[in-house]
Design a protein around this ligand. Structure first.
Ligand SMILES: [Zn+2]
Ligand SMILES: [Zn+2]
Length: 449
């Protein structure tokens, strides 16, 4: 099923366009070369020889020198609806996703109140059909009111269209509760996504526990707070023959725990965020919570290297932003008191392209593959440029330099971890769910001769 059919988005015209002479790269489909990407009625009709695609009245986009990738898919964003619309809503969050080259996102359920009932899920799906520029899917919580005690009506939530379940924002403290949830999941389907953290080990930590936290005198969150819970939950998934998806891996020990579980045949997938792949706890010396306070925290260089190795060897399945908008007043306070989380949808590709592909740490193809792989853990169709596929395309100018935040944000919030950074590589146009979802304002559509 296409993303537009499986998720919710605003109804609109199927795109009719030709991306002339685009450098097409879809590593999973094995497509690499210069083509006219012909899009008709919202689908990839043809990858024609450069200059040969027939326009038939479609909009012609001069894509010479630009890269066309399968659009990206983010399985972990916070859209803050219902209850915190001053931070983000479905329209602004989906717009931020489109600006980042995304053709789909999955919204977490830790809203105010949390998404616990079938009516909650139905209301969100209806709102996305009104307002979302890209396909959006919704999770429901695992436990009622995210209290960690009583399971939600998982089967009814699935019937109402919940893609899966997560208490993200909080860990599931009780192994008994998670075990029961995994038993129900076997009956009703739906991926269970886990924020892995031992609250007792994390305590009131504000950053990674290590030499930097010691130097700053800030309470630390040790890496084992995450990795011990992953090991516990992988063991439970194995015991129940159930599936889990581990969110926002941050520590070397966690990569090792997932690697060991995969080797043992556990049905486990996991994600890592751009900020954990690009930054370390050294940034926290600035004491800037707007950009550098999040949970899990930025960790050491050895942890960052372990995440990169996890991307390379397949232990880490996908990149997910954990886009977490916050209002200025929650961030303009001392580091210990500030809210945790940073935005990331608009900068994920550019940041990883700048920090990892630019210096040659990873290949461009691997980045593209991992940015669009987030659909798979939720059994959704992976964006593809193979003819016949729904048009989900990120058109990128790899040479464009831009300063993040200089022209504002599509997101309602400003807490980008990239704020003020100069990045190389920019999304200039996004097709999502078969529709034109985004164009960079300064990107003029030249009619190719
Ligand atoms: Zn989380
Ligand atoms: Zn999150």
């Amino acid at each position: 099923m296409s993303l537009a059919a499986a998720l919710e988005m605003r109804s609109g015209e199927g795109a009719e366009a030709i991306l002339r002479r685009a450098t097409v790269l879809d590593p999973v489909a094995g497509i690499e070369g210069v083509h006219d990407v012909v899009v008709r009625d919202g689908r990839i009709a043809e990858l024609a020889a450069p200059g040969e695609g027939r326009a038939d009245g479609a909009e012609e986009v001069d894509a010479e020198g630009l890269h066309a990738f399968p659009a990206f898919f983010d399985p972990h964003v916070h859209l803050r609806v219902p209850g915190q619309e001053h931070k983000e809503d479905i329209e602004t969050g989906a717009r931020a996703a489109a600006a980042g080259g995304y053709c789909g996102v999955i919204a977490m359920a830790n809203t105010e109140p949390p998404v616990c009932t079938p009516a909650d899920v139905e209301a969100l799906r209806e709102a996305a059909r009104e307002a979302a520029a890209v396909p959006v899917g919704f999770l429901a919580t695992v436990t009622k009111a995210m209290a960690g005690e009583e399971l939600t009506e998982m089967a009814s939530l699935r019937d109402a269209g919940a893609l899966g379940f997560s208490d993200d924002g909080l860990p599931l403290r009780s192994a008994r509760v998670l075990r029961r949830a995994l038993q129900y999941q076997r009956l009703c389907g739906g991926t269970i996504a886990l924020h892995e953290e031992d609250s007792e080990l994390s305590g009131d930590g504000a950053m990674h526990e290590g030499p930097v936290s010691a130097a700053l005198g800030l309470a630390g969150i040790p890496a084992v707070s995450e990795s011990t819970m992953i090991a516990r939950d992988a063991a439970l998934a194995a015991y129940e023959d159930a599936r889990i998806h581990v969110q926002h891996l941050s520590a070397a020990e966690s990569v090792e725990a997932v690697r060991a579980a995969k080797a043992a045949g556990v049905k486990i997938s996991c994600e890592a965020s751009p900020h954990h792949l690009c930054l370390t706890d050294e940034e926290v010396r600035s004491l800037d919570p707007r950009r550098f306070k999040m949970n899990p925290p930025l960790r050491s260089e050895a942890d960052r290297q372990a995440l990169i190795e996890g991307l390379r060897d397949g232990t880490i399945d996908c990149v997910a932003t954990d886009h977490a908008p916050h209002a200025a007043e929650e961030k303009e306070v001392p580091f210990e008191q500030a809210a945790m989380g940073v935005t990331g949808l608009e900068t994920a590709f550019a940041a990883l392209h700048t920090e990892l592909v630019g210096p040659g740490t990873i290949e461009l193809g691997l980045l593209v593959e991992k940015l669009s792989a987030g659909a798979a853990p939720f059994d959704l169709e992976r964006p593809s440029l193979t003819p016949g596929s729904e048009a989900n395309v990120a058109l990128c100018d790899l040479g464009a330099e831009w300063v993040v935040g200089e022209e504002g944000y599509e997101s309602r919030s400003q807490n980008s971890w990239c704020a003020g950074r100069t990045l190389t590589g920019r999304v200039v146009m996004t097709l999502a769910g078969g529709q034109v979802a985004y164009r960079l304002r300064s990107f003029s559509l030249g009619v190719a001769a």
